[in-house]
Design a protein around this ligand. Structure first.
Ligand SMILES: [Zn+2]
Length: 194
């Protein structure tokens, strides 16, 4: 596992768990989640989040593929926390990602329960299917997440559908099955339910 080192507590932390914290004026530091939450609490004069980190869980999608989800809970302000679930490959976040918003006083298990329900709903649906070893759009709706091509030279989007990274060109080829048809593109906040 690639470890970053927290610039506050000097503990090694998984790269996917490290957060760049700061501003243009003060500069940025790489912090572990725990130190990040402590810094935010100090800045807003609120109590720190309990250091609760749900253990990773494995969930199976509708095609029988297993996905391991890690969790991260962050304090974003005096009245806002965010709980993220994400997959990790080679120490980088990838695949499915889910988010739920809450308040610092919320019960963590309740939040986690709501997030897992959201994950279950998403994993029960597939938008793509394979045909002659190529993926195609199964029906007439696709939901996913806009990501980026870390290795690419151009700033082109990569879409994550059914937990799979699809290059923009490949996604374009899938759309060609519907040449001449209309489409509607709605963009939603990561915490919103589609
Ligand atoms: Zn730390």
């Amino acid at each position: 596992m690639i470890h970053a080192r927290c610039e506050q507590c000097a503990e090694p932390t998984a790269a996917y768990d490290a957060i760049r914290y700061g501003s243009m004026e003060t500069g940025h530091r790489l912090l572990c989640t725990q130190c990040f939450n402590a810094e935010v609490a100090r800045r807003y004069g609120t109590t720190d989040l309990e250091n609760v980190r749900p253990d990773p869980i494995d969930m199976v999608d509708s095609a029988g593929d297993s996905h391991r989800f890690h969790f991260q809970m962050r304090l974003l302000g005096p009245t806002m926390i965010v709980l993220d679930a994400f997959e990790v490959r080679e120490d980088v976040r990838c695949g499915y990602e889910f988010r739920i918003m809450g308040e610092p006083d919320d019960d963590v298990l309740t939040l986690l329960g709501r997030l897992v329900e959201k994950m279950r709903r998403a994993l029960s649906v597939r938008f793509l299917c394979a045909e002659n070893h190529r993926l195609r759009i199964s029906d007439q709706t696709v939901q996913g997440r806009i990501s980026s091509d870390m290795a690419g030279f151009e700033n082109m989007p990569v879409v994550v559908v059914d937990g799979k990274e699809i290059m923009w060109d490949d996604f374009g080829r899938m759309l060609m099955a519907f040449e001449g048809w209309q489409f509607r593109l709605d963009i939603a906040d990561p915490a919103d339910e589609l």
